[in-house]
Write a protein that binds this ligand. Structure first.
Ligand SMILES: N[C@@H](CCC(=O)N[C@@H](CS)C(=O)NCC(=O)O)C(=O)O
Length: 214
């Protein structure tokens, strides 16, 4: 059976955000059962885990001797077994992959710039000076994303793919601000994607693990 690594507990601000959610959501969309390998604080720095994930992060996926790190690689790997995530049609599949990478490469770094300031450095003088510029840049990318989404329900049209899964988890990074949701199209898009039963199951499973640990 597939095993996904996750933290046994994280502070409130990170609950429902930790990146194993991406793997769990993909597995739920694919209808594949999984179990979790829950890391205690410090486990991620131990040599046995670093041998599997060089950066000491979650998630990793383990199955039959295969070990994969990076949530993008994991979602694409799971997508191989799910037409919901990666359509069979070659062109549609390439575009789903394109959107997944756009989420990770063209959107996430700029939202993380803002999130890191808010979470870790909010009271630092330099952060107060830096934040408006970071928000402005993030908003430029978000406006472009919103224009590209247009009136379509999903990034590539009428059907949800792995690209939407990844984009939604990335957009949720700023869920405690209105930087994303002040755009009505993006707000509705997040609502649409997170209303999927597979998202709810994945989210509840992550939160459920934290509750058990509390
Ligand atoms: N690029 C990685 C990032 C993974 C990541 O940032 N994981 C966080 C939890 S959401 C983590 O393990 N942080 C602990 C650390 O970086 O030491 C991926 O997408 O898998």
């Amino acid at each position: 059976m597939i095993t996904i690594s996750a933290f046994r507990w994280v502070p409130d601000f990170a609950q429902g955000q930790v990146r194993d959610l991406r793997a769990r959501w993909a597995l739920e969309e694919a209808g594949l059962p999984y179990r979790t390998r829950l890391l205690e604080q410090g486990d991620q720095d131990k040599p046995d885990y670093r041998a599997l994930q060089p950066f000491g992060q979650v998630p990793i996926l383990e199955e039959d001797g295969l070990v994969l790190f990076e949530s993008g690689a994991i979602v694409l790997h799971i997508g191989e077994r799910s037409e919901t995530l990666l359509p069979k049609d070659k062109v549609a599949r390439a575009r789903a992959t394109q959107w997944l990478i756009a989420a990770l490469n063209s959107i996430e770094p700029f939202l993380m710039n803002v999130a890191l300031i808010d979470i870790f450095y909010a009271n630092e003088e330099w952060a107060k000076l830096r934040r408006p510029g970071a928000v402005e840049f993030a908003q430029k990318r978000l406006s472009a994303l919103s224009r590209s989404l247009g009136d379509k329900p999903y990034l590539d049209g009428d059907r949800f793919t792995a690209g939407d899964l990844m984009m939604t988890t990335v957009l949720r990074i700023l869920k405690d601000t209105d930087i994303v949701t002040s755009d009505r199209r993006l707000a509705a898009y997040i609502e649409r994607c997170t209303a999927r039963p597979a998202f709810r199951r994945a989210f509840d499973a992550q939160i459920g693990d934290f509750r058990q640990a509390a």
